[in-house]
Every structure is written in structure tokens, then in C-alpha cells.
Design a protein around this ligand. Structure first.
Ligand code: GDP
Ligand code: MG
Length: 171
């Protein structure tokens, strides 16, 4: 049987960018147009099979983006192995918020944390307000993984988590 390696993953980002929707798509392959917002944080797990000898199990903490829960975030990222910081490609302010989360992670989280930036709602192409190239350039500068995703259309969701799994220390 393959070995099972477990890692803690935290989702961060402004409210309504689609953090819970990305997790719901990844874990249950579902999407809701009317998701209730997360209170505090939700915990889910999902495995990714990398090859016949290795399965990665993600223990996922989906945090609430609201300002009033901000003080709880360090509890979730403190011993996280990886973080997905999400913005909405139709909302430039959500990329600014993502950058603030990334700075906080770079200062306060484990120095080996793997950080992925996800530009979600890529299906809303006609309302795009953040060029891919701009986010990609920022991600490259900061050494982050980067993908644009759509929880709604199931675009790049499993790819995002697999890309992270491949960067983890698989000893
Ligand atoms: P969270 O607050 O970051 O957890 O965001 P939610 O997952 O609750 O999603 C907020 C809203 O955006 C909901 O109405 C979702 O249906 C919608 N949403 C989430 N992901 C996508 C996506 O990829 N495309 C589109 N069009 N809507 C999305
Ligand atoms: Mg949520």
C-alpha cells in the first residue's frame, strides 16, 4: 500500500472570494451558488494520490475571512505546512488583501510553509479586473505557487492541491 503523509493546509483571503467553495469542490466535487459564510473555521480532509507509493492527506482549515475573526487566523496558520491564499479575479481589492495575508505568513508562519496564491472565479472572464500577468509576476517575485481557479467550473482545483502536494517534503 502507498505511504500516507499528512499535512496541515490553511485557506486565507477576503470574505466571499470562494475559499469554502474551493474546498467544497476539492473535497466533495460540489458547488453551491448560495453558500453560507463560514463561521470561525471549518475542518475537512482530502487525499491526493501522487503515485503508487505516496498518498498525501490534507487536513484543511477553511477560515472565515471576516475582520472580526482575524485574530483567530494565527491559530490556524501557526503550524500549517501549506497555505492557499485566495483572491477574486473580479476584485482588485481582494488581491491587495491576499498580499497582506502573504506578508503576515512570511513574517509569522513556519519559514518552510508552502504558499499558493489562487485567483478564483476565473469563469467570470468578462468581469476580470486583475490581469493574470500581474498576479503571476507578483507570485514569482515572492516565490509563491500561482494558479487561476474556478470552483464553479471546476477549473484548476485539483491541480492547485496537487501542485502543493508536489512541493511538500515527501520524505
Ligand atoms: P468564502 O467567503 O471565501 O469562503 O467564499 P464562498 O466560498 O462562500 O463563496 C462566496 C460566493 O462566491 C458564493 O456565492 C459562491 O457561490 C461564489 N463563488 C465561489 N467560487 C466561485 C467561482 O469560482 N466562480 C463564481 N462565479 N462564483 C464563485
Ligand atoms: Mg468561507
Amino acid at each position: 500500500p502507498p505511504r500516507l503523509l499528512q499535512f496541515k493546509l490553511v485557506l486565507l483571503g477576503e470574505s466571499a472570494v470562494g475559499k469554502s467553495s474551493l474546498v467544497l469542490r476539492f473535497v466533495k466535487d460540489q458547488f453551491d451558488d448560495y453558500r453560507e459564510s463560514t463561521i470561525g473555521a471549518a475542518f475537512l480532509t482530502q487525499t491526493v494520490s501522487l503515485d503508487e507509493s505516496t498518498t498525501v492527506k490534507f487536513e484543511i482549515w477553511d477560515t472565515a475571512g471576516q475582520e472580526r475573526y482575524k485574530s483567530l487566523a494565527p491559530m490556524y496558520y501557526r503550524n500549517a505546512n501549506c497555505a492557499v491564499v485566495v483572491y477574486d479575479i473580479t476584485q482588485p481589492s481582494s488581491l491587495e488583501k491576499a498580499k497582506a495575508w502573504i506578508r503576515e505568513l512570511q513574517r509569522q508562519a513556519d519559514p518552510n510553509i508552502i504558499i499558493a496564491l489562487a485567483g478564483n472565479k476565473a469563469d467570470l472572464a468578462s468581469r476580470r479586473a486583475v490581469p493574470s500577468e500581474e498576479a503571476q509576476a507578483y507570485a514569482s517575485e515572492e516565490n509563491l505557487l500561482f494558479l487561476e481557479t474556478s470552483a464553479k467550473d471546476n477549473a484548476n482545483v485539483s491541480e492547485l492541491f496537487t501542485m502543493i502536494a508536489r512541493k511538500l517534503p515527501l520524505e
